[in-house]
Design a protein around this ligand. Sequence first.
Ligand code: FE2
Length: 424
Amino acid sequence: MLNHLPDTTIQVPDKPDTAPPSPAWPSDSYDRVPAWIYSDQAVYTKEQERVFRSSWNYVALSAELPENGSFKRSWVGDAPVVVTRDRDGVVHCVVSRCAHRGVEFVRELRGTLKCLRCPYHQWTYSLDGRLTGVPFRRGVGGKGGMPPDFDASASGLQRLAVTERNGVIFASFASEPPSLELSLGPTMIGYFDRVFNGRPLEILGYSRQRIPCNWKLIFENIKDPYHASTLHVFLVTFGLFRADTPAAVKMDPSGAHSVLISSKRDAVSAAETAELATFRKDLSLNEPELVQPIDEFDDPHTAVMQTIWPNLIVQQQVNTLATRHIVPRGPGQADLLWTFFGYAGEDPVLRRRRLLQANLMGPAGLVSVDDGEVLQQTQDGASAYPEANYLVEMGGRDLADADHMVTEVAIRAFYQHYREVMDL
Ligand SMILES: [Fe+2]
């Protein structure tokens, strides 16, 4: 399940100061998406400001900062940040960029620290970002050093606004962002609190992957219940999802966030699966518990996948729970950072089931391996034919909640909000 990318391969792409204007959107309707938005550098640069730096971004789970002095390396869009818990237990998020020469100085993924220190000239900061140490500040032997009027208090690390809800930490570059609750709205908060219900979380493991596709395609994949029965052999063959599975798609009023819900079926309908090439009657499971849920929520939902603008997917697929953090890495690639979790003190049988079912997910997951592959192919098509327009008409052209899975409405809703934010 664990798949580690060497940290040294992670590079933030150059951002040109000037870029040619992008072409216009194909129409005023939401049933067409132009392919150039997946490969255009100017669009990507604009997204960092308008999509990521203007919103609350998921950066960590509180359980990843278990003690005073804990830190986690994270990202807001492609901008590196570090999340810390200071000696008083207060959580901070500061840029991982030394005030001196701009070094992205936090390279470890997580751990504990007494202070933040840049390796280049050992400038040192407190865990809330104040500059506390400059070597040779007063020179050596009366020579050199910083000018006497150097103002250390004005040279700390840039601090982000931080908010936390039920153990989930968000940060924003905006100076006075609206509350997270206002940003999500009551329907989305309801589904968020279904998983993050206040019970302390326990981290079960991580996986990471770099997908050679634009970050928006990862969101679209999770807003697309249509593909679940057409792409995923495992889901269809072993009965986790079929075309007759009771399903629903819901959005917040802005269209930014959405949730895909599937629930228990009464009986298997052979007719619904017989036509699908993804149904493989020659396959069977040695360990059936891989797909069997243990009831743990007060509803019949076997899967609830929530996408939270602009960088978070909250996954409940049977009993496997995870956050997926999307980190864009230029127009044509993105990192997907998976954090698997359970609840502290839960039943060992349930815990074992969670760990077993985590094999469905992640870079090599029995289900999600298909997504990584097909998203690369989608990007290849978009990059090769930027003049093309994609069809997003399944389920009609409206933006209303749906009570079935044969719809792309959540993708349409996403682009309603995206076009507004991006002024496209
Ligand atoms: Fe999928």
